[in-house]
Design a protein around this ligand. Structure first.
Ligand code: ATP
Ligand code: MN
Length: 473
């Protein structure tokens, strides 16, 4: 029986068998056993007078054991039932002299170095059970709302996705690549007969399917060779990208807000044990900090976002707020905001969310110059129907837009952005035949998990993080 069933059902008097990993063993009598099914440990009680001593010596932190016995009421604090062991078998030893995980607090940095063992810790058990629940909630949300998931390609031949630096996919000999007569690398001889890369976004292909199936979403890995070593960027991350025919920018905002609230509520309703554990973790971490440096308690923060309307604010209004803000006047921002058209840095986004509004914010109608070519141009000729959703502690969690559906305007934009028109023929075709208003967005899955778990570093919410100079495991 798994430990989750035991601790949730309290089957007193039942004979059970349990397999799991030893968290602690104290007084030669109490084993805290965990099998990953829940954050809760099962207390196994050993009658050491009737157990082989040499066997008990091998019950060390990290050892894998198999225990059989009877579930009894627990007199100790902290659990209602325990397992009175009748037999115990060691499945896998963990030599305490060399096993890196000990029953004490390890830093997250240290645990990143042993990412192959961190799933066995309380914190990471909680994070990855929540990650699972959240991906399920995402699929449930879209399925229940009539969306179809589309598997867009991971290897892409289009270099116009425009979302960031790409990782090349090539089978050419790096020592001696075939050359054209002009002396350039001849990609025609490569595996796909052209330059290919790992995708940075499934959006363009997603649009093609929205123009046939109506409401679609993608949920897949994306890759960006951006050399930004931040706590919010990974080189490989997962993204959810819905795309909906007939939605305008405001329908798009409604969808994103509804979706985010739904999955956050899902976590509150289904992951309470793990969330409580992480909430306590955050509280402990922040104990040393002064009151004003502490963040809102995790559960309170999640409930607040689930229950309150997001603020909607145009880019132009945001610039006014920022221009007149204290940190700007006192030159506290690294990037001074002096005029309309400036790209917002994360310091500005965080000021708006955390200091000015104190709520998630949807910024929209950005200057066309700082956004992608496919975003719909407004009548002012200066701004596009783009939106970013900014979350406290995270910054941008969603980026989206209403797409340019007018063939001539899109074609002109492609020229202006210096994109090879021939490579976009299939994308332009959707605007030539049966075009319509449509919108979509990209939700970074790891940023969502960071927010929900309160884990500050994005490296700690993906099983095996890929970042500049780091692809271990
Ligand atoms: P940022 O400005 O934070 O780098 P972006 O503008 O490049 O984000 P988009 O291209 O709009 O982001 O991607 C959509 C979403 O994907 C973002 O809102 C964010 O949640 C997520 N995202 C983007 N880049 C990364 C990354 N390198 N690692 C993890 N998530 C990312
Ligand atoms: Mn980016």
């Amino acid at each position: 029986m798994d430990i989750k069933s035991i601790v949730s059902k309290d089957p007193i008097g039942e004979e059970v068998e349990v397999k799991g990993w030893v968290r602690t063993f104290r007084s030669n009598r109490f084993i805290a056993l965990n099998d990953g099914s829940t954050s809760k440990n099962l207390q196994v009680v050993i009658d050491f007078e009737n157990m082989d001593e040499s066997l008990l010596k091998r019950v060390t932190t990290g050892a894998c054991i198999h225990v059989a016995g009877k579930i009894t009421e627990s007199l100790g604090a902290g659990q209602s039932v325990e397992l009175a062991a009748v037999s115990l078998e060691i499945l896998g030893d963990a030599n305490a002299d060399v096993y890196p995980l000990q029953p004490k607090k390890h830093s997250l940095e240290f645990l990143r170095e042993i990412a192959h063992l961190r799933p066995r810790t309380q914190t990471f058990g909680a994070v990855f059970r929540i990650r699972h629940a959240m991906q399920f909630a995402v699929h449930k949300y879209f399925n229940d709302n009539g969306f179809f998931q589309v598997h867009t390609p991971i290897i892409t031949g289009s270099d116009a996705e425009g979302a960031g630096e790409m990782f090349r996919v090539s089978m050419l000999d790096p020592e001696n690549p075939p050359k054209t007569e002009e002396g350039e690398i001849n990609w025609k001889e490569d595996f796909f007969g052209k330059e290919t890369n790992l995708t940075v976004s499934g959006q363009l292909e997603g649009e093609l399917f929205a123009m046939g199936l109506g409401k679609i979403y993608t949920f897949g890995p994306t890759f960006r060779a951006e050399n930004s070593n931040t706590t919010r960027h990974l080189a490989e991350f997962w993204m959810i990208e819905p795309e909906v025919a007939f939605n305008d920018l405001f329908d798009n905002m409604d969808l994103a807000e509804d979706c985010l609230k739904y999955v956050i509520k899902y976590a509150l309703e289904n992951c309470m044990d793990d969330l409580e554990l992480l909430a306590k973790r955050q509280e402990d971490e922040e104990k040393q900090l002064s009151q004003d440096k502490r963040t809102i308690p995790l559960l309170e923060k999640l409930q607040f976002v689930a229950d309150n309307e997001f603020v909607r604010c145009s880019y132009t209004d945001a610039i006014d707020i920022l221009k007149n803000s204290k940190p700007n006047k006192k030159k506290k921002f690294n990037y001074f905001i002096d005029e309309w058209g400036a790209d917002l840095q994360s310091e500005h986004e965080r000021y708006l969310v955390e200091k000015h509004f104190g709520k998630p914010v949807i910024l929209y109608d950005y200057p066309a110059k700082i956004k992608a070519f496919y975003m719909r141009l407004n009548d002012d000729g200066e701004t596009v129907r783009a939106m970013d959703i900014l979350f406290p502690g995270i910054g941008e969690i969603v980026g989206g837009s209403q797409r340019e559906e007018r063939y001539d305007v899109l074609k002109k934009k492609i020229e202006e952005f210096d994109i090879e028109e021939e490579s976009m023929w299939w994308y332009l075709d959707t605007r030539r035949f049966g075009t319509c208003v449509h919108s979509g967005f990209g939700l970074g899955f790891e940023r969502l998990i960071s927010f929900v778990t309160g884990m500050n570093n994005i490296r700690d919410v993906i099983p095996f993080p890929r970042t500049p100079k780091s692809a271990e495991f």
